[in-house]
Design a protein around this ligand. Structure first.
Ligand SMILES: Cc1cc2nc3c(=O)[nH]c(=O)nc-3n(C[C@H](O)[C@H](O)[C@H](O)COP(=O)(O)OP(=O)(O)OC[C@H]3O[C@@H](n4cnc5c(N)ncnc54)[C@H](O)[C@@H]3O)c2cc1C
Length: 444
């Protein structure tokens, strides 16, 4: 039982990461007193909301910046989300079986797709190779208006639950956690101001009031690293907040998620076109990628928080120098900056769209105001590299900090599993990993 001031575990942040952990602890462990604090008045209002991300369950099969090894790992966590959805009957409610593909345009990219398909087909047996003739059947919008001499090919499938409303899944985690453990407490509109260690407990300050916990998990998006730095953890990490915007089109075109080929040096997916699962009859194109001096996309900037999270140093400058020294990345950064500039952005972005749907013009798309989020891309100062995907600071002292750029929403249950293991080992609690695996990974 909780006394409203003390919990075994406090979770900071009510996005999909925090709520997936809340669900995992409530259903699969014997930890009874858990408190979650979320600073806004609802669950998943930021990056985990359907308007903040690309709504894609990343399985690694169409994300060309993933190596086979990374794809296999990501696919495991994606399967957990799929199985969770099936467990509660969320098919066609919060998850949708939209066909998806990685598209190659031109001879070089077609050769790349062919080679990648051969490399991936054993681990992803449901994937098919679609040549130009097959694509004319599967997704005619890719052909309409295209130069007939330009070759295209894709690796794709219509067999996976590819599109997810992560915001609704996050809310469902809270509902289902409460069914499993009615004692959990979810505090909305409660911003955590400070965390400090006192003896073997953590003091978590919320609006001047003190709460205590044996274990704390910080799932606060880009703010996670800010909390870590304030507590003297994660000094080897810096955060580069990368905003992503989208363009909408109401013109009848794509029926599938169409991903393009990414520069392997960049840790996020290239521009793609996706039927939006919450705005009917709308295709989304994006996301763009622009470095922003803030920790939340559409709330006022806390520039000092940004600086503290970024922790500029000679290593960070070296990473920037290396990135901007690369001609492709420099061109990419400039292009993406221009995609945000009113007056010219739609005309420029139309060229990206035309790679996918050649007949579309600037008149067929519009900048989607207020749509998109922010990816807290993590820089490892020791290796002087950008991380591909999530990063975790595991202190061994009863506090964990999670930084979750894409595919963080897909990895929510995989990440929750890791944290539940750490928490149970630290607190001496039981984690029914067999039940978790039976229900969510399908492994015995
Ligand atoms: C443009 C874009 C496209 C993306 N596309 C995909 C995709 O298709 N598939 C995919 O898997 N991933 C995608 N991602 C990544 C995905 O959105 C994130 O990884 C995921 O939403 C992170 O969830 P989270 O709960 O960790 O963080 P968030 O959703 O950011 O939630 C963090 C929560 O912490 C709260 N918080 C912060 N500070 C405090 C505080 N002091 N006190 C209390 N609460 C606090 C915030 O209010 C927020 O609710 C995309 C991201 C972007 C930006």
């Amino acid at each position: 039982m909780t006394d409203n001031h003390y919990y075994n575990v406090i979770i900071v942040g009510g996005g999909i990461s925090g709520t997936a952990l809340l669900y995992t602890l409530s259903k699969y462990t014997d930890i009874k007193s858990i408190g979650l604090f979320e600073k806004y008045d609802d669950i998943a209002t930021l990056n985990s909301n359907a308007k903040g991300n690309s709504q894609t369950l990343h399985c690694g099969d169409i994300e060309t910046n993933y190596t086979l090894e990374k794809a296999i790992k990501t696919n495991k966590t994606a399967t957990m989300v799929e199985n969770y959805g099936k467990l509660y009957g969320y098919e066609n409610k919060y998850m949708f079986k939209i066909p998806k593909m990685a598209l190659g345009v031109g001879d070089k990219e077609v050769a790349f797709i062919k080679e990648r398909f051969e490399q991936f087909k054993e681990a992803f047996p449901y994937m098919e190779y679609w040549d130009k003739a097959k694509l004319a059947e599967v997704e005619p919008a890719l052909l309409k208006g295209r130069d007939e001499n330009e070759d295209i090919a894709a690796m794709g499938t219509d067999k996976r639950w590819s599109a997810i409303n992560f915001g609704e899944i996050a809310k469902s985690f809270v509902r289902n956690a409460k069914i499993e453990n009615p004692d959990i407490e979810v505090h909305l509109s409660k911003e955590v101001e400070n965390i400090r260690k006192i003896g073997d407990k953590f003091e978590v300050t919320v609006e001047g009031k003190h709460y205590f916990a044996d274990y704390v998990v910080v799932d606060a998006g880009a703010h996670s690293l800010l909390f870590a730095h304030k507590m003297g953890h994660g000094e080897d990490f810096s955060c580069l907040p990368v905003g992503g915007s989208f363009y909408y089109s109401k013109v009848d075109s794509l029926k599938s998620k169409v991903y393009t080929i990414q520069n392997p040096k960049l840790p996020f997916a290239a521009i793609h076109g996706d039927p939006d699962i919450v705005h009917g009859n709308t295709i989304r194109f994006g996301p763009t990628a622009i470095v922003l001096p803030k920790l939340e996309r559409y709330h006022h900037a806390h520039f000092l928080d940004f600086l503290e999270t970024m922790a500029p140093s000679s290593e960070v400058i070296e990473v920037f120098y290396d990135l901007l020294h690369d001609d492709d990345i420099r061109a990419y950064a400039i292009k993406n900056f221009l995609y945000e500039v009113p007056g010219i952005r739609t005309k420029l972005f139309a060229k990206e769209v035309q790679k996918i749907v050649p007949f579309m013009t600037e008149n067929d798309i519009e900048f989607a105001e207020g749509i998109g989020g922010l990816r807290p891309q993590v820089i490892d100062k020791k290796t002087k590299k950008l991380f591909l995907g999530e990063a975790k600071i595991e202190t061994g002292e009863g506090i964990v900090f999670n930084m979750t750029p894409s595919p963080g929403a897909t990895s929510c249950l995989g990440n929750a599993y890791k944290d539940a293991e750490l928490i149970c080992a630290f607190l001496g609690a039981k984690f029914d990993t067999k039940k978790f695996n039976q229900e969510l990974t399908g492994e015995k």
